[in-house]
Design a protein around this ligand. Structure first.
Ligand SMILES: [Zn+2]
Length: 206
């Protein structure tokens, strides 16, 4: 990195690290670094400690694949939620988006991807064994397919509908409130919850 004259090495390292983050240019990175420097040292230390623990502490729930600190995630551990309802999403971030509006009280299953023949992603690369087990164990009344409204997301929804249709589980697909080509991550929570409320049952939509 070409260091600006007068910028001490330790400050330059922080600027460089920050500017590697998405959406943060070198000017913003410098502003953030200077802001941290202007605050009490404890603030910077607290941030550093939080960052240091990020990878150590955050993993995935063994049951549903959401983010989890240890063992079952908050959603799986919550006995007040409706565990007969499973919303199937592509990524853990989609769960965070769904939870933002706090309108959905069912459980989740995270695929950690979507079918993508171009990228060589097949069903065996997705987190489907866990979903198979949950469905086979019984007690699941509905799978809500909330994969993205992209070509691959739609193909994944079709695949899942075929895979689980014969298991006596209702299959639904979130409504087209999701814009064509839309990733859930970029939707506001109202659009997302409308899409969820207006979901279409698979037998009717086919
Ligand atoms: Zn979980």
């Amino acid at each position: 990195m070409n260091r600006l004259t007068g910028v001490p090495l330790s400050l330059a390292r922080v600027i460089e690290a920050l500017s590697s983050l998405p959406g943060i240019g070198s000017k913003s990175a410098m502003r953030l670094a200077l802001n941290l420097l202007s605050r009490p040292a404890a603030d910077a230390k607290a941030l550093a400690e939080a960052l240091a623990q990020l990878h150590e502490q955050v993993g995935f729930c063994q049951r549903c694949g959401c983010f989890s600190e240890q063992g079952a995630c908050q959603m799986c551990a919550d006995t007040k939620r409706n565990h007969a309802l499973i919303c199937v999403v592509e990524q853990p971030v989609d769960v965070l988006m769904m939870e933002r509006g706090q309108g959905y009280r069912g459980s989740y299953h995270v695929l950690h991807g979507r079918l993508s023949p171009v990228d060589g992603v097949g069903a065996e690369q997705l987190n489907l064994n866990g979903l198979d087990q949950r469905v086979r164990a019984g007690g699941v009344s509905e799978l809500i397919l909330a994969t993205s409204a992209t070509v691959d997301g739609e193909a994944t929804a079709h695949y899942l509908a075929n895979r689980y249709q014969s298991h006596g589980v209702r299959i639904s697909r979130i409504a087209r409130g999701v814009p064509e080509g839309g990733e859930l991550e970029y939707l506001d929570e109202h659009t997302l919850h409308r899409a969820l409320d207006q979901r279409v049952f698979w037998d009717q939509s086919a």
